[in-house]
Design a protein around this ligand. Structure first.
Ligand SMILES: CC(=O)[C@@H](O)[C@H](O)COP(=O)(O)O
Ligand SMILES: NCC(=O)COP(=O)(O)O
Length: 237
C-alpha cells in the first residue's frame, strides 16, 4: 500500500497572508487525517514563509498518523526535529532563498555530513529519508550514508508526463529498483498531482509513500479537501 502524506505548507501560506490563524493548520491536519490521509508533511523553511517552527510543535501534539518533517539540516532544524521526534525526517538540500525545492542531495559529495546527521536522527529513533534526483549513483550514495529511505524528487517526471509519460517515468523505475535492491525504503514527491499520480503508482507499485502538497491543496480549492484526498487514495490503491 502506498501511503499518502499530505504536505500542508500551502495551508500555512494562506494563513500567513492575513496574519491571523485562519485557516488553522492544526485543524487542517486533523481533518486531513479524518479524510484518510496516512501522513502529514511539513517543510519549515528558515524564513518561515509558510510552516513556522511553532506549527511543528503544535502539530506534534495532534498528528496521529505519520508526521514527516522536511528540511535542510542546519542546527536549528536538527534541534527542532529532535524535540518533535516525528516518525520521519526528510533531508532536503534547499538553499534558504529558493522559491521551492529544486534539487536532490549529492550523496557522494556530502557523504560525511549526511552520515553524521542521519546517525544522529536514527539514534533518536527517527526514520531518515534523503531527497534525491533519479540518478542511480545518488541512490547508491544514500545507502552508503545509512538512510532508511530515499525520496525520489519527481519534478522532472511531472514536467515530462504530458509530453511522454513512458520516457518521464523511466529513470524513476530504474532508481526505484536499485533502491529496493539496496534495501532502501522508497518515497516520492514534488509536483505530483491528480493528473500524474496514478501512472507513477502503477509503474512503481512498491513505493512506501508519496508526499503531495501544492497540487493537492490547489485542487482542493475547486473540489474540497475531502473529495480530493479520497481521489488520491483511490488512485494510489
Ligand atoms: C521537498 C519538496 O519537494 C517539498 O516537500 C517542499 O516542501 C515543497 O516546498 P514548498 O511548499 O515551500 O514549495
Ligand atoms: N516532498 C514533497 C512534498 O512534501 C510536497 O511537494 P509538492 O507536492 O508541494 O510539490
Amino acid at each position: 500500500m502506498i501511503r499518502l502524506s499530505v504536505n500542508i505548507n500551502k495551508i500555512a501560506t494562506l494563513r500567513n497572508a492575513r496574519g491571523g490563524n485562519t485557516p488553522d493548520v492544526v485543524e487542517a491536519a486533523k481533518r486531513l487525517e479524518s479524510f484518510g490521509a496516512q501522513g502529514i508533511t511539513v517543510h519549515p523553511r528558515p524564513d518561515e514563509r509558510h510552516i513556522r517552527y511553532a506549527d511543528v510543535r503544535d502539530l506534534t501534539q495532534v498528528v496521529t498518523t505519520e508526521f514527516n518533517i522536511e528540511g535542510n539540516p542546519n542546527q536549528k532544524f536538527i534541534d527542532l526535529v529532535l524535540e518533535a521526534k516525528p516518525a520521519q525526517v526528510t533531508l532536503v538540500p534547499d538553499a534558504e532563498d529558493v522559491l521551492t525545492s529544486n534539487a536532490g542531495w549529492d550523496t557522494l559529495k556530502h557523504k560525511d555530513f549526511l552520515t553524521e546527521v542521519i546517525s544522529k536522527f536514527k539514534t533518536h529513533g527517527i526514520r531518515t529519508s534523503i531527497f534525491v534526483d533519479p540518478q542511480v549513483k545518488m541512490i547508491q550514495g544514500a545507502a552508503e550514508v545509512g538512510a532508511d529511505r530515499i525520496e525520489l524528487y519527481t519534478e522532472s517526471y511531472a514536467q515530462g508526463y504530458s509530453e511522454d509519460k513512458i520516457k518521464a517515468i523511466q529513470p524513476y523505475i530504474i532508481c526505484a529498483e536499485e533502491a529496493r535492491q539496496l534495501g532502501l525504503g522508497i518515497n516520492a514527491g514534488h509536483d505530483l498531482s491528480l493528473d500524474n499520480i496514478e501512472f507513477f503508482a502503477q509503474k512503481i507499485p512498491f513505493l512506501d509513500e508519496v508526499s503531495i502538497g501544492h497540487a493537492l491543496i490547489s485542487e482542493a480549492l475547486y473540489d474540497g479537501l475531502e473529495p480530493v484526498v479520497k481521489s488520491y487514495l483511490k488512485k494510489l490503491s
